[in-house]
Design a protein around this ligand. Structure first.
Ligand code: ADP
Length: 259
């Protein structure tokens, strides 16, 4: 059986998967550097080091993400919207609406029963509603972004923000820290503010069941829970693999169709 690859160069992380026989053979996530070509090469080198394979063993490679056109070794480039849709539906076959929240943008993608793209909307103009908002707030809180979800689960009285603008919300977080509000209440407020912003975007297209989340922010259970509550719709978790890999998985699935 031929081995194929998907490589997703995002604004913050670069992801890659090797697939064989419709199964993920190996995956890797590394931080993105300033040059997409270098990040893509490094993530593939990690996969090859882990598997003992090399580029010549890859029958077809699809690139995606904002840096896709700059990846030197790919056979084809496919948009992030298409790859996230494809990857998410392979991981959660019942998914019809996919909310992808990465470091620099947020996308809501709607698919039909055959996986065909019906509609999509994107927010890539403003940091609020993207992973960057959470990263900035976690830094002000002096915690790792991966702790926001767990901490917020303990909250009994989440704080509120006067504005969802990242700059103003940051000032509010500092104000709450100084007034000794418990960290879990501030974290819950941050996750809810994020979810409110994403829900505004999601409501511009009618969310249809099943709803699934991809991208790094899907690992923040606080945002997932808050978004599910605001939209009044259960969010199906991706359990088979890391949701951050969905775009790279979709790219590898497109590659598989070519061989
Ligand atoms: P991109 O594709 O744009 O590079 P990602 O899909 O990799 O973005 O998502 C990056 C975002 O995911 C970060 O901004 C961060 O907020 C969030 N994130 C990454 N890892 C975790 C984690 N372990 N727990 C919670 N959130 C995370």
């Amino acid at each position: 059986m031929k081995i194929v690859a998907g490589c997703d160069v995002g604004s913050l992380t670069t992801k890659a998967v090797l697939m064989e026989n419709k199964r993920i053979k190996k995956s890797a996530v590394i931080p993105s550097g300033p040059k997409p070509a270098v990040s893509a090469t490094l993530v593939m080198e990690q996969l090859f080091a882990d598997t003992g394979l090399s580029q010549k063993d890859v029958a077809f490679c699809v690139g995606t993400g904002y840096g896709r056109e700059k990846i030197p070794f790919i056979d084809k480039a496919v948009s992030e919207v298409s790859c996230h849709g494809k990857g998410a539906q392979w991981l959660v076959p019942s998914a019809r609406t996919i909310i992808d929240i990465g470091g620099q943008d947020c996308k809501v993608v709607k698919l039909d029963d055959n996986g065909k793209l019906v509609k999509f909307v994107t927010n890539d103009k403003c940091a609020s509603g993207t992973g960057r908002f959470l990263d900035v707030m976690a830094k002000v809180m002096n915690i790792d972004v991966s702790e926001l979800g767990k901490l917020s689960a303990k909250s009994m009285a989440p704080v509120t923000f006067a504005s969802i603008c990242t700059v103003w919300a940051q000032a509010d977080v500092i104000k709450y820290i100084n007034s000794r509000r418990p960290a879990e209440d501030i974290c819950a407020g941050i996750n809810t503010a994020m979810a409110n912003r994403v829900a505004m975007l999601a409501n511009t297209v009618k969310v249809e069941k099943d709803l699934c989340m991809t991208g790094g922010v899907a690992k923040n259970e606080g945002v997932v829970k808050a978004l599910s509550k605001i939209l009044g719709c259960k969010i199906k978790r991706i359990k088979r693999t890391d949701p951050q890999l969905a775009g790279a998985v979709g790219a590898a699935l497109y590659a598989m169709e070519q061989v």
